[in-house]
Design a protein around this ligand. Structure first.
Ligand code: G6P
Ligand code: MG
Length: 214
């Protein structure tokens, strides 16, 4: 049965999804584009350039590649400013316990994040040592909703995809987990994540032992 649990980071273990949103909103405002939280649901889990392209299209802008790279770098500066101040106190309630519980159940524990800041962030949060493998957006060609990040995490953990469960707060992430052939646990609102196998409201409600043989 299950041998591994593979966690997303932003919005699952810490509220950095909010910092991504605020950084994108600030950049978008500078471009005269307004984005709200409903629009942001489409950005969650999507990589940096992919998110920028969605925002530019939303605003009817089409700058060249060099300008898009400058804009993406500016947003990343805003985001880094916000997460510089992160420490273990920024873990969501129950996040550390969920990782420790997975390890105590004998599961391999992986991180599968689209974010190129993921390794920095798990250091800041003080949870880097709780992962057996970490895969981020810089390790694979295609970001979520492609399955690549989750498949690479399973491989690094030495398990087959169907022996792993993925835990995600983003629609793009649930799609990636499903495309990888894994079971998907969604965290958040069922209407935002219709394709998850199971939905829980927060990481504090994760009970992986329920899906393991007795
Ligand atoms: C995560 C977030 C996305 C973010 C992406 C890339 O998946 O959910 O909102 O755009 O990572 O993050 P990065 O730190 O590389 O810009
Ligand atoms: Mg997320």
């Amino acid at each position: 049965h299950f041998r591994a649990a593979i966690f997303d980071l932003d919005g699952v273990l810490t509220d950095s999804a909010e910092e991504h949103f605020l950084a994108w909103q600030r950049l978008a405002a500078e471009l005269g584009i307004s984005i709200d939280r409903a629009f942001n649901e489409r950005l969650k889990g999507v990589d940096r350039m992919g998110s920028l392209d969605l925002i530019l299209r939303h605003g009817g802008l089409d700058p060249d590649l060099a300008e898009r790279q400058r804009l993406a770098a500016r947003k990343n500066g805003y985001y880094r400013e916000a997460i510089e101040a992160y420490g273990p106190h920024r873990l969501l309630p129950g996040a550390r316990r969920a990782l420790v519980a997975a390890r105590q159940l004998g599961l391999k524990v992986g991180l599968a994040s689209s974010s190129r800041n993921a390794r920095f962030l798990i250091e800041r949060l003080g949870i880097a040592s709780l992962f057996d493998a970490v895969v981020d957006g810089s390790d694979v060609a295609r970001g979520k909703p492609a399955p690549d990040i989750f498949l690479a995490a399973a491989k690094a953990l030495g398990v087959e995809p169907d022996e792993a469960v993925g835990i995600e707060d983003a629609a793009a992430g649930i799609a990636a987990i499903r495309a990888a052939g894994m079971r998907a646990i969604g965290i958040g609102d069922p209407t935002d994540l219709p394709d998850a196998d199971i939905i829980i409201s927060t990481i504090a409600r994760l009970r992986l032992e329920r899906y393991l043989p007795a």
